[in-house]
Design a protein around this ligand. Structure first.
Ligand code: ZN
Length: 268
């Protein structure tokens, strides 16, 4: 898939404006990039931070990340992985870019990213308004790739979009939901085959990300048989069995597009 082994950057156009504004507020004097003031590991998550956080902030961060891991592994019936996921938090965008320039130069222009590794997965995020969303997004990629040998790009991004909001917002308060329901009023329809045909993030736009999220939301909250198809598919991927295309299995199971549309028309 899309050059895993390289990087999985984040594309989040709706958050860019806020990020740029917040950057102006960050006036700390920069030290050397990667000059961690604190490093802490809990479970498989190791956080390295260029900026100080008090105990409550550390506790909150680990509670959320460890909680996301437990939720994802539980909901998707994944075998927990022992691979360390290293979270690198930078105090500014410039520090983040300086650090990446020496190590992952192709990721410098990205807002946040996950880089798989044979030793550990690595997430890179810089502090800005709402950076926790980017962190949850990239962390989701890291969790999926530490448990599964591969994940189709559309599904990978769909899960990342689904889990990037706080846990209590996943089902009813993801910003994608309102936009999708507006588009439904104007006749929007899904096209999973189109998403399945994309192999590079450069082929994906905001509408594609929203549809990836929609398919995941449908599988997480829709009919039981759809959840079962997803579980079977992920089990086969995890076991190294021939898994085929998830979209094909879904289409064999139900009247797919009609069910997705019904799901969102009825979802409040
Ligand atoms: Zn992503």
């Amino acid at each position: 898939m899309f050059h895993v082994g390289m990087l999985i950057p984040c594309y989040a156009p709706t958050r860019l404006t806020a990020s740029v504004v917040a950057l102006c507020l960050l006036t700390q004097v920069a030290g050397a990039a990667g000059d961690w003031v604190e490093v802490e590991q809990r479970g498989v998550v190791e956080v390295r931070s260029e900026f100080a956080m008090d105990q409550a902030e550390w506790d909150n961060m680990f509670r959320e990340l460890n909680g996301l891991q437990a939720d994802l592994e539980g909901l998707l019936h994944l075998r927990p992985s022992n691979q360390i996921i290293e979270i690198n938090l930078f105090r500014t965008k410039s520090s983040y870019q300086e650090f990446l320039r020496a190590r992952v130069p192709e990721g410098v222009t990205r807002k946040a990213l996950y880089v798989p590794g044979t030793d550990r997965g690595r997430v890179y995020v810089y502090r800005h308004w709402g950076y926790e969303t980017d962190l949850r997004h990239e962390f989701t990629h890291a969790l999926l790739h530490s448990s599964l040998p591969f994940v189709p790009m559309w599904l990978d991004e769909g899960f990342a979009e689904y889990f990037e909001v706080q846990a209590n917002q996943r089902s009813h308060h993801n910003p994608h939901l309102g936009e999708l329901k507006r588009r439904l009023l104007f006749g929007w329809g899904p096209n999973l085959a189109n998403l399945e045909g994309k192999s590079d993030l450069s082929q994906m736009d905001g509408a594609d990300y929203r549809e990836c999220w929609a398919w995941v939301h449908f599988m997480m909250h829709g009919p039981d048989e759809v959840r079962q198809v997803l579980a079977n598919y992920l089990h086969n991927v995890e076991q190294g069995n021939p898994a085929g295309q998830l979209g094909d299995h879904l289409r064999e199971s139900i009247d797919l597009d009609a069910q997705l549309l019904r799901h969102f028309r009825q979802w409040k």
